[in-house]
Design a protein around this ligand. Structure first.
Ligand code: GLU
Length: 462
């Protein structure tokens, strides 16, 4: 069997983290089995679907590198095909016209609610052998309903949730075409999964309730039933439904906030799936390991600290050259334009160790290219009158020293000894004068990169 999976987002908003994980798992499953991954845009909810949302989905997939082998297919462009299938079903007797009016259905519903029954269609227009149907009203455009089996059960072995069994008596006859002839959501999904030859439907568990109905329709069409894997929700760190409160939810917001796609992918792959204790791995490795047996059926919790930790890992691993363009852009957003000196790749190399995001990295090196912004508390603490003579002596030494980290370090040490101070007593004020803040990588390295002239200018200005 050739594996064919799909990602079928409705373009009603951005590509969110939950959707991206669904896409990732479907993609990885197809890759692992040498199959095909299909992108299908479920845009039949015309009122809520927008071209911007379609674009946001395509952008998100591209940013993550989730390439599809077929598609994007748009359901709105397949309307004629759905209508054809409905006609066939009408002819074969697995679908029928229903002329119940809205008022009639509302009354039925109210009655059922009053009787504490589950609201359901009463089957008035359902054709049965020997049953005489009511006279067709002339003032009603009919909907079309699927003739759901009334007996027996629908069973499937969900690859995540295990065996699920629903009695057909629980399911009423679903509307598959509205009065204006447009096919409904569940029906389009069925036709597409069938005609696109989907072998594994991997999707969010908010669709579990649709599955028995979809299976019945697939059976009626004589289609092979795919396997289903319903992924549990992703919750925020506080156990609540994931929302803006928990940070970014749109995939592209992560780009905006300075996350690398490698980190987001690695993070998402561990949301509800595991391979022993492995935490850090490439997508190549993920596709080799990925299976549906190791997906947890409980909800996964989003953990921003872990994502930051992974992002820091991938930033550290990235070469300065590969980050150059990105960091330059992020600096420009901070109104910082990069000059030739200090050498940006060298600066990135020195600072990337400590950055959780590319935005943090850009912000942390801005002072190389613009006047530092003084942390007044740090300035008051470290730039004392007593330290001034030592700093002045150091400035003199620095004028002549060979401009290498080691020699600079040596010069600071000389001053430390001469004034009988501890190293930080000199290093801290230096830091504050040069960078505006009290934390930086090793100060001699910072000075080396900043250049003699700039260092002396920043020291003497105090
Ligand atoms: N379009 C549905 C959604 O965005 C997914 C349908 C499916 O995967 O079957 O939730």
């Amino acid at each position: 069997m050739i594996v064919r999976t799909r990602f079928a987002p409705s373009p009603t908003g951005f590509l969110h983290i939950g959707g991206a994980r669904t896409a990732l798992f479907s993609w990885a499953y197809a890759k692992k089995h040498g199959g095909a991954f299909i992108l299908r845009i479920e845009d039949t909810d015309v009122a809520r679907s927008t071209p911007e949302a379609v674009q946001a989905i395509l952008d998100g997939m591209q940013w993550l590198g989730l390439d599809y082998d077929e598609g994007p297919f748009y359901q709105m462009q397949r309307m004629d095909r759905y209508k054809q299938v409905i006609q066939t079903m009408l002819q074969q007797g697995s679908a029928y016209y229903c002329y119940s009016s809205k008022t009639e259905l509302d009354t039925l519903r109210e009655q059922q609610m009053a009787d504490k029954q589950k609201p359901r269609y009463d089957g008035k227009w359902r054709p049965e052998a020997g049953k005489v149907l009511p006279a067709i009203p002339t003032d009603i455009s009919p909907v079309i309903r699927f003739k759901n089996p009334q007996d027996g059960v629908v069973v499937w072995d969900d690859l995540v949730k295990g065996r699920i069994e629903i009695a057909n008596s629980e399911l009423d006859d679903l509307i598959i075409a509205r009065a204006d002839g447009t096919p409904t959501y569940n029906f389009c999904v069925v036709v597409d999964d069938w005609e696109m030859g989907i072998t594994q439907v991997i999707r969010g568990d908010d669709h579990v309730n649709n599955t028995p109905r979809q299976i019945n329709m697939l059976k009626a069409l004589g289609a092979k039933i795919p396997q289903y894997a319903h992924l549990s929700m992703i919750l925020g760190g506080d156990g609540q439904k994931l929302s803006k409160r928990h940070g970014a939810v749109s995939v592209m917001q992560y780009d905006e906030d300075g996350y690398l796609p490698e980190a987001v992918l690695n993070y998402l792959s561990r949301l509800g799936w595991s391979h022993g204790d492995e935490e850090v791995f490439s997508m190549h490795q993920f596709c080799e390991w990925f299976d549906l047996d190791h997906i947890t059926s409980s909800a996964a919790q989003f953990n921003t600290e872990k994502l930051n930790w992974l992002n820091n890992h991938y930033i550290k691993q990235a070469s300065a050259e590969s980050l150059l363009g990105d960091i330059t852009k992020r600096l420009a957003k901070l109104n910082v334009s990069v000059s030739e000196t200090p050498n940006l790749p060298a600066v990135i190399d020195l600072y990337k160790e400590r950055a959780n995001t590319l935005n943090e990295l850009a912000a942390s090196i801005a002072y190389f290219y613009q006047k530092p912004i003084m942390d007044l508390v740090a300035a008051e603490k470290h730039l004392t009158v007593e330290i001034k003579p030592a700093i002045a002596t150091l400035a003199d030494l620095l004028k002549a020293v060979d401009w290498q980290a080691e020699a600079i370090h040596h010069a600071i040490n000389e001053v430390v000894t001469q004034y009988q101070l501890k190293f930080p007593k000199v290093a801290m004020p230096l830091r504050v004068m040069l960078t505006g803040i009290a934390q930086s990588p090793s100060i001699d390295q910072v000075m080396k990169l900043m250049g003699r002239e700039e260092v002396l200018a920043r020291i003497t200005n105090h």
